[in-house]
Write a protein that binds this ligand. Structure first.
Ligand code: PTJ
Length: 260
């Protein structure tokens, strides 16, 4: 789809271009209708954060990459919105940290599973798990369609990256003893609060940074990576994200209300 209609100097151009990627993903059969609403919720939190990667997100990204590099069996879980927004980066990150890629959908349909897998292959993925009969294992105590996972993927993973998640699964995966990395613009969401590491940032900014960090941090020793994880405190990161939003709103509420 052409984005020529968005003027080059439009003040909200970046945001509009991202939105078009989601719409395009919907038209291609990757994104669920509900995914459009989820994107709007994300846009709102991005506005509050200031639409830029903040120090608390950078620290979470470093910890996340350390966890992925230290993992024995890392898996990147992909849903419709993630596939539409960052297909190239999913493949690149998986390559850098030797992770498996698995499709896992809340609004699961066979058509969408296959469309997402094909889209990822078009972007260089060699293997995509979780499609059709491959999603034959069940995550205990989870009742949504997200419970169906690949016995060669999420079921046996020790570290799982779950971008744009919808709640219950993070808790269920943690109960299974897995390290869960979330990317979620909403620091108040259940996913953000139950993940081991929460990256409060837009996935379109966070994923390229993760790829870059993975390339740099691959050179670190195991002890150095473990040190990064030891110094990481997710609760503190979430508090910093909330304080950042609070301070921003407080400053804005005291200044003359002009355009941001
Ligand atoms: O493709 P499916 O069927 O697996 O469905 C995917 C969605 C995203 C529709 C499903 O997981 C869902 O309904 O999610 P929720 O409960 O709306 O949660 C999505 C979370 O992602 C919310 O907290 C949003 O703020 C956040 N979010 C939305 N867009 C972005 C984002 N976080 C980071 N980057 C974004 N671009």
């Amino acid at each position: 789809m052409s984005t020529l209609w968005i003027p080059l100097n439009h003040p909200r151009r970046t945001s509009l271009l991202i939105r078009e990627k989601i719409v395009e993903g919907f038209k291609r059969g990757l994104v669920a209708l509900e995914g459009l609403i989820a994107h709007g919720r994300g846009e709102c939190f991005d506005y509050l954060i200031g639409e830029s990667t903040q120090p608390f997100a950078l620290r979470a990204i470093e910890a996340a990459v350390a966890a992925l590099l230290l993992a024995k069996y890392p898996v990147i879980s992909v849903n419709g919105n993630t596939a539409a927004l960052v297909p190239k980066e999913i493949v690149e990150l998986a390559r850098e940290v030797s992770a498996k890629i698995e499709v896992n959908l809340f609004y699961r349909t066979r058509e969408r599973e296959e469309a997402i897998a094909m889209w990822l292959r078009e972007h260089g993925a060699e293997e995509v798990l979780g499609v059709g009969e491959d999603a034959s294992a069940i995550i205990p105590e989870l009742f949504s369609e997200r419970r169906r996972v690949s016995p060669r993927g999420i079921l046996i993973a020790d570290v799982v990256l779950v971008p744009l998640e919808d709640g219950d699964r993070t808790e269920a995966l943690r109960k299974m003893g897995k390290t869960v990395i979330a990317i979620d613009l909403n620091p108040l969401s259940r996913t953000a609060r139950t993940a081991t590491i929460t990256i409060v940032d837009n996935i379109v900014r966070a994923m390229p940074l993760m790829v870059k960090k993975a390339r740099e941090m691959k050179k670190l020793s195991k002890t150095e990576l473990q040190e990064v994880l030891r110094n990481y405190n997710n609760n503190q990161i979430l508090q910093e994200a909330l304080k950042h939003i609070l301070n921003r709103l407080s400053e804005l509420s005291q200044s003359k209300l002009t355009l941001l």
